[in-house]
Design a protein around this ligand. Sequence first.
Ligand code: SF4
Length: 211
Amino acid sequence: MKPQARAKLLAILETLYPEPRSELDFSNEYELLIAVMLSAQCTDKKVNQVTPELFGKYPSLKRLAGARVEDVAAIIRPINYYKTKSANIVATAQRITEEYRGTVPKTHEELTSLPGVGRKTANVVLGETGAVPSLPVDTHVFRVSNRLGLSSGKTPEAVERDLCAIFKPSEWRNLHHRFIFHGRRVCKARNPDCALCELRRICPSQASDTA
Ligand code: SF4
């Protein structure tokens, strides 16, 4: 991508989405990790519906580590894969309490060693806390990047590599959130709103999508 086009894309996104942020509700690293784990294959809206009760009953990793899995499952029941996720978040809380003195680990390797924490979850947590610059690729980032011609990668890892080569580490976090905003609001999986999209003049997919 030419520097001019790159700058233009960033400028348009900044104007469209001046406050890039996660749409998950959380107030500390513990809540961030658990909310991101719950959000796999599930909408942020649904996660935000169950976390007030979950974090109210278990306000720390230590408290969650001592929870009964079935009690947690009852709270997060509306979440997809709630049985597996309840077992994973309790096991993860136990591991962090025992091995990391109750503090969420700050490296990719440590995070991905935890039950139910994959590459994307680790990337989101590290990027959001600022521990390690990260550009997590979820379904929205994947789709928007492909349509904008920033990557032809067939896997999230391949798209992540391409994006990280184009953009500076200091730009990764905001770009991640802005692509998610754009993917949710405009560049939807089905029927993207190309006619109304502010990126249409620099998007190679625009013509075919509006045809
Ligand atoms: S022009 Fe269409 S395909 Fe391109 S980014 Fe906008 S909505 Fe997505």
